[in-house]
Design a protein around this ligand. Sequence first.
Ligand code: PGA
Length: 218
Amino acid sequence: MNGNIADARSYASALDEFIRETNPSSEIVVCPPATLLGEMHGDFKKGGQNCHDQESGAFTGEVSANLLKDSGCEYVIIGHSERREMGELSEQVAQKAGAAHQASLKTIICVGEKEGEDFEQVVSRQLQGSIPDSSNNKNTVIAYEPVWAIGTGKTPSPEEIDQRHKFIKDKTGLLVMYGGSANPDNAKTISALENVDGLLVGGASLKISSFTQIIAAK
Ligand code: PGA
């Protein structure tokens, strides 16, 4: 819930200019609040931050995958830890991801353990419950985000990140992005790790100058 229409427009035009000038090799996806999706135009892809599991109907206040698609999205983030914290279960994550695939959206499915929890146990369970049958390596990417690293400035060591990503890749056969305090200082090291296929950036994406530094670091 950051930014407003004016911010979104100037962010999109600055990002568009940066991408046209530097032609980065990474795929760039911006996932703003739903009300700002229609305000952001440029040479980048857009994604929603969540969607409902039903196609349409009387679900006051909800946003369907079809509505996201209609607003120009190609992606949607599902099961972010902030939503899991509000009670969203892996089963619901899988239903939402299935609905997103039905609407021809690609899904970024988030998993990650809390501080003190056992990585392998928690993430295995989340992966098993959260990935729908419709997932494949063209329409689904996993975002590994240790909950204790989100918004805290703390990250696992590069070795730990690489090992954990390998664990997830071996289990799923899917691409795996890292999220949790990614910033211009650590982006190069983390994104260069063998088993890291991308970054999911929260706080450091809010300022265009820091987001473009992260893109340039890859
Ligand atoms: P952060 O957030 O980059 O600010 O830690 C990541 C996220 O919210 O997914």
